[in-house]
Write a protein that binds this ligand. Structure first.
Ligand code: AMP
Length: 283
C-alpha cells in the first residue's frame, strides 16, 4: 500500500492506473476509522480495480477551533486497517498541502441547501466540506466515490456539486452502519460520557418511531416530527436541534409524505453534536 502526502503524486498515481485501463474507487474520510468507514472501503475494494482512501481532517469545515482540535486522529491505526483491507493508496495530505495559501479565497458555494439543517447550525460547514471534496476529486480524477447515508445532507450536496460542476465522478452511497443499540457509528461517539452514550440511543429510537408511523400509513409529516421531538425531548441528556422529514429527491421539508422521504434528527449531548437519519417506508 502506498501512502501519499501530495496532490501531484496522487494524481500521477491515479492517472497511471487509468492509463492502464484500471477503474478507481475513492473513499474520502477524516480518518479514525470505524465500521461505517470500513463498509465503504470494502465496497470500493470489491467494485473497482484500484481502491484509494483519503484521510484528511478538513479545517475549513469546522467553525469552532476547539471542535477541530478535539477531532480524533489515529493515523497509524487507520493505515494498519487500510493495509488489512487491501487498499492500494492512502492519500493523507497535510492542511498546508491542501491549502498552501491558507483559507482559500475561492471556494465551492453549496447553494440554498447548504444553508439549511446542518448548514443552519454550522455556518460555513458545507462550503468547507464541498471545497475539500472538490479538491480531493481533482487530486484523484475520474472515479467512483463512496459516501455514507449517515451524512445524508452532505451526500445530497456532493451529488449536486458533481452534477452542477460536471465532475467526472460516479457518486454512490451505502447504508448507515449502527452499533448494537442502533446508534449510528461516528468518530464523535468516543467523546460521549457513558450516560450520554446510552442516551444517544434516543435518536435511532425517534427515527424508528417515525418509520413505524409512516409504515402504518401516517402521511402527515408534522405527526412524525412531533413523535421524534417527543422521544428526544424525553431524554434529559439530549438537547434537540432539529427533527424534520424531507423529500428524498429535493431534500426540502415536506408536509405530506407522498414520495420517498427521509426523517433527519440532530441533537447535542453535552458539547457533542450527533446526527442521524432514516429513509421512511412507503406504506
Ligand atoms: P467522516 O470520516 O466522518 O468524514 O466520514 C467519511 C465517510 O464515511 C462519509 O461518507 C460518511 O458519510 C461515512 N460514514 C460515517 N459514519 C458512517 C456510518 N455509521 N455508516 C456508514 N457510513 C458512514
Amino acid at each position: 500500500m502506498e501512502v501519499i502526502r501530495t496532490v501531484a503524486t496522487t494524481l500521477a498515481s491515479c492517472d497511471e492506473a487509468r492509463s492502464n485501463g484500471k477503474s478507481i474507487g475513492f473513499v474520502p474520510t477524516m480518518g479514525s476509522f470505524h465500521d461505517g468507514h470500513l463498509s465503504l472501503i470494502r465496497r470500493a475494494r470489491s467494485e473497482r480495480d484500484v481502491a484509494i482512501v483519503s484521510i484528511f481532517v478538513n479545517p475549513l469545515q469546522f467553525g469552532d477551533p476547539a471542535d477541530l482540535a478535539a477531532y480524533p486522529r489515529n493515523e497509524e491505526r487507520d493505515l494498519t486497517i487500510a493495509r488489512e483491507l487491501n487498499v492500494d493508496v492512502v492519500f493523507a495530505p497535510s492542511a498546508e498541502e491542501m491549502y498552501p495559501q491558507g483559507r482559500p479565497d475561492v471556494a465551492v458555494d453549496p447553494g440554498p441547501l447548504g444553508e439549511r439543517l446542518e448548514g443552519a447550525s454550522r455556518p460555513g460547514h458545507f462550503r468547507g466540506v464541498l471545497t475539500a471534496v472538490a479538491k480531493l476529486f481533482h487530486a484523484v480524477g475520474a472515479c467512483r466515490a463512496y459516501f455514507g447515508e449517515k451524512d445524508a445532507q452532505q451526500l445530497a450536496l456532493v451529488r449536486r456539486m458533481v452534477a452542477d460542476l460536471s465532475f467526472p465522478v460516479d457518486v454512490v452511497s451505502s447504508p448507515t452502519v449502527r452499533e448494537a443499540d442502533g446508534v449510528a457509528m461516528s468518530s464523535r461517539n468516543a467523546r460521549l460520557t457513558p450516560d450520554q452514550r446510552e442516551a444517544a440511543g434516543c435518536l435511532f429510537l425517534a427515527l424508528s418511531e417515525a418509520a413505524e408511523l409512516a409504515n402504518a400509513g401516517e402521511r402527515d409529516a408534522a405527526k412524525l416530527v412531533a413523535a421524534m421531538a417527543r422521544e428526544i425531548g424525553a431524554t434529559p441528556e439530549a438537547r434537540l436541534d432539529y427533527a424534520v422529514v424531507v423529500d428524498e429527491a429535493t431534500f426540502t421539508e415536506v408536509r405530506e409524505i407522498r414520495t420517498a422521504a427521509r426523517a433527519l434528527v440532530a441533537a447535542l449531548f453535552g458539547q457533542t453534536r450527533l446526527i442521524d437519519n432514516l429513509l421512511l417506508p412507503t406504506a
